[in-house]
Design a protein around this ligand. Structure first.
Ligand SMILES: C[S@@+](CC[C@H](N)C(=O)[O-])C[C@H]1O[C@@H](n2cnc3c(N)ncnc32)[C@H](O)[C@@H]1O
Length: 241
């Protein structure tokens, strides 16, 4: 269970503070702690978005913009990608990443909340969310908002940590994730806290089969999920009616 320190009024405030404090090390730690698998996972998630050159994609909870940039790469730099996040420090790192990327010219970052997207209905060809359904205050509302802003026939995709099932692999993974990652995270950012939040956030998060049901209950069609790297990560996809 995630225990929210008393000084925070809500999970949302706590999550905002965590990402404000780790933004400067986020990309490095992501790649290091995932043994560089994060790039492969993002590439796979974006491949499920059905984006084409000239299309329009939305990256919800974009953080430092890595999924948004992958969308822009897949579109060959033609079209438009919008990344949205509520944390200014993460967006600031995102702007630096965009400025360095050959595909950055079509990416725009905006500040906003995933549970109340500031976009009209049916305004994107697809919406993706990466490593963030675990963090939002209302998972169902976030999926509903993503489905609302995507045009009929377009995809809603989530890339998220999930719960591996294979016995020995599962035990080894949880030893790493629950015990070693918080220590490495503490070394990486020089203080305790943010990376101790990770294990609890996954424990609280529904199993991938339950997330599939949530996609379906928000009206998405053809919902399925793909377990990657032994199920430590899952990609869910559904099509807007
Ligand atoms: C683990 S990071 C993921 C960043 C990025 N999607 C990636 O693939 O690396 C989670 C991000 O979600 C953002 N976030 C969490 N709750 C949010 C909310 N309710 N609205 C907007 N952004 C939110 C955080 O600020 C953070 O940047």
């Amino acid at each position: 269970m995630v225990r929210i320190p008393e000084r925070y009024g809500s999970k949302e405030e706590y999550v905002h503070d965590i990402f404000s404090s780790i933004a400067h090390r986020y990309d490095f730690l992501n790649t290091a702690l995932s043994f560089n698998r994060d790039k492969h996972w993002r590439r796979f998630a974006v491949s499920r978005c059905g984006l084409k050159p000239g299309g329009k994609g939305l990256d919800v909870c974009c953080g430092t913009g890595m999924l948004a940039l992958e969308m822009a790469r897949v579109m060959g730099g033609k079209g438009e990608v919008v990344g949205l996040d509520f944390c200014e420090n993460m967006l600031a790192r995102g702007r630096e990443n965009i400025a360095r990327s050959p595909w950055g010219g079509i990416v725009r970052l905006v500040r906003g909340n995933a549970v109340d997207l500031p976009f009209p209905d049916h305004s994107f060809d697809c919406a993706v969310i990466g490593f963030a359904l675990r963090n939002v205050p209302d998972i169902g509302k976030t999926i509903r908002e993503m489905a609302r802003v995507v045009r009929p026939g377009g995809r809603v995709v989530s890339l998220e940590l999930s719960k591996p099932g294979a016995p020995v692999f599962k035990q080894a993974y949880y030893l790493y994730f629950n015990r070693i990652v918080p220590i490495l995270g503490r070394l990486g950012i020089g203080r305790d806290g943010p990376y101790s939040y990770l294990p609890g956030s996954l424990k609280d998060f529904p199993h991938q089969s339950e997330i599939k049901k949530l996609f379906e209950s928000e009206g998405l069609r053809g919902v399925c999920y793909h377990e990657l790297t032994g199920g430590i990560v899952s990609v869910h996809e559904g099509t807007v009616k």
